[in-house]
Design a protein. Structure first.
Length: 73
C-alpha cells in the first residue's frame, strides 16, 4: 500500500509534467507565430521589390507617396 508521502510526490510529478507540457505548447505556438510573421514580412518585401519600378517612375518633386515597408511597431 502506498504511503501518503508517495501519493503527494506522484501528484506533484503529474502536475509538473502538465505544467511542462503547457509551457512546451506555448513555446511551439510562439514559434509558429514568429514563422508566420516572418513569412508575411517576406511577402511584403517581395511585393515592394515588384512595386519599386512603379515608384521609380514617380517624379522626385511629387511627395504624395512614401514607399516604405514598415513593421508596424
Amino acid at each position: 500500500m502506498k504511503e501518503a508521502g508517495e501519493k503527494t510526490i506522484d501528484q506533484s510529478k503529474k502536475l509538473s509534467d502538465a505544467i511542462r507540457d503547457v509551457k512546451n505548447a506555448f513555446a511551439d505556438r510562439d514559434d509558429v507565430v514568429v514563422d508566420m510573421r516572418e513569412a508575411h514580412r517576406m511577402r511584403l518585401d517581395l511585393l515592394a521589390a515588384e512595386l519599386a519600378p512603379v515608384f521609380a517612375d514617380v517624379p522626385a518633386d511629387m511627395d504624395n507617396f512614401d514607399f516604405v515597408v514598415s513593421s508596424g511597431l
